[in-house]
Ligand binder design. Structure first.
Ligand code: FEO
Length: 405
């Protein structure tokens, strides 16, 4: 089922209610693969959908225009959730020219047999006149892949932003004002944290570019389109791109015989004594998708693990590996955990935190076997420190000072 954006521009994508995994990201609300059809003197299909849903895409398109009248297929991004149907589309529309940037062409050639395809390679500043509309292209490398590109139609002030501003969010509404705004923003935040958080500089550059455009509709490649809350989502991105700290603490831990859990609980109590918000997360009960989202705007963080085989617990290592790749910036914190006849858990956590460039607030906080009252009081004190540091970081942020000072 299609949705009109403006006269002669329609959404023709696919709503995937059932997908629950996107390369490790838990998509608990499903997703959408947004494709758009531009009918003008020239007819353009802007992006495709994930491979299994090519027939849905072709049906949506053919309800509006015969497939043999497609002149161009713009490929803004070669990742298969958007390009997966391209081979079937090119079979159905053999005269269509694929419009993409050079990196995208190279990537498509690696994924698919493109020998029968005609390409028109574009770069930032290039335009494609379709008649009434102009498609202006801007390369946005690393937002999300090197090949990523956005397309802007100035006549309608529509930005087809590709992955940026997307959400893994299956709904019957196609627009932000047809769903709960809070839900849409929350899903956009989860999406940003898990997909784009490590690309601060390229995303900042893309935002700078968008600032110079007159945009009334942002049409991303996943989730709802932004027409009522354009300003809100752009402002949110400005915060997320720098992992802007909230006065909030994240405590995440794995435990073996509940000793590290007791320490985590005591740290939590210390944070709450200072009246600061705190997320307390047992790693084995919390998906990494949630941890990535929560660490993004936490000012300070404590990560704990019991000692297993002289190192940290494997699920803790997995979570930290994921977070390390996403590179949450401008955090401070410390490691904690228990040990017994063997040592090494908290120290191994600290090594991860160092690699993540999390500013260390203290040496690893350790308890042997079961933590005694002295250890638990040290944990409460460390929690108070985490809270105070979180408040200080946020105050520095408000004053325009570096949180690292
Ligand atoms: Fe939605 Fe980077 O693909």
């Amino acid at each position: 089922m299609n949705t009109k954006l403006v006269d002669n521009i329609d959404w023709v994508g696919f709503v995937d209610w059932n997908v629950r995994d996107f390369h490790g990201y838990e998509t608990s609300r499903g997703s959408t693969y947004n494709a758009y059809l531009i009918r003008d003197e020239k007819t353009v299909l802007l992006d495709t959908v994930k491979a299994p849903y090519y027939a849905n895409l072709l049906r949506n398109v053919s309800e509006l225009v015969p497939l043999d009248q497609i002149d161009y297929v713009v490929c803004n991004h070669a990742e298969p959730d958007h390009s997966g149907s391209l081979p079937r589309v090119m079979e159905a529309c053999p005269q269509a020219v694929v419009v993409c940037d050079q990196k995208c062409r190279e990537t498509l050639e690696q994924y698919y047999d493109t020998s029968a395809w005609t390409f028109q390679v574009v770069k930032t500043g290039d335009e494609l006149k379709t008649g009434r509309f102009t498609l202006q292209f801007v390369e946005t490398p690393m937002a999300h892949w090197p090949d990523s590109m956005a397309t802007y139609i100035p006549e309608e002030k529509i930005l087809f932003s590709m992955d940026a501003f997307g959400q893994h969010y299956a709904t019957s509404g196609r627009y932000d004002d047809e769903v709960s705004c809070a839900e849409a923003i929350a899903e956009a935040k989860t999406y940003y944290a898990n997909i784009l958080m490590c690309y601060e500089r390229p995303v900042s550059k893309a935002l700078d570019y968008i600032d110079n455009l007159d945009v009334t509709l942002i049409a991303p490649s996943h989730g709802v389109m932004w027409r009522k809350h354009v300003t809100d989502i752009l402002a949110a991105y400005r915060d997320w791109v720098v992992c802007k700290p909230e006065p909030k603490v994240l405590i995440m831990y794995d435990t073996m015989w509940k000793s590290t859990e007791q320490m985590a609980q005591a740290i939590y109590e210390g944070v709450l004594e200072k009246g600061v918000r705190c997320d307390l997360r047992y790693i084995r009960a919390t998906h990494i998708t949630v941890l990535a989202t929560e660490i993004m705007d936490a000012a300070t963080v404590a990560v704990g693990s019991a000692t297993l085989n002289q190192t940290l617990m494997p699920q803790c290592a997995a979570a930290l590996t994921y977070l390390m790749g996403l590179r949450p910036a401008r955090k401070a914190g410390f490691a904690f955990g228990s040990y017994g006849w063997g040592k090494g858990g908290p120290e191994a956590v600290q090594e991860y935190l160092d690699k993540m460039k999390i500013r260390s607030l203290r040496e690893p906080l350790k308890g042997r076997y079961a933590p005694d009252e002295a250890v638990l009081e040290a944990c409460r004190a460390a929690g108070r420190m985490l809270a105070e540091e979180a408040l200080k970081i946020c105050e520095q942020q408000e004053n325009g000072e570096s949180p690292d000072k």
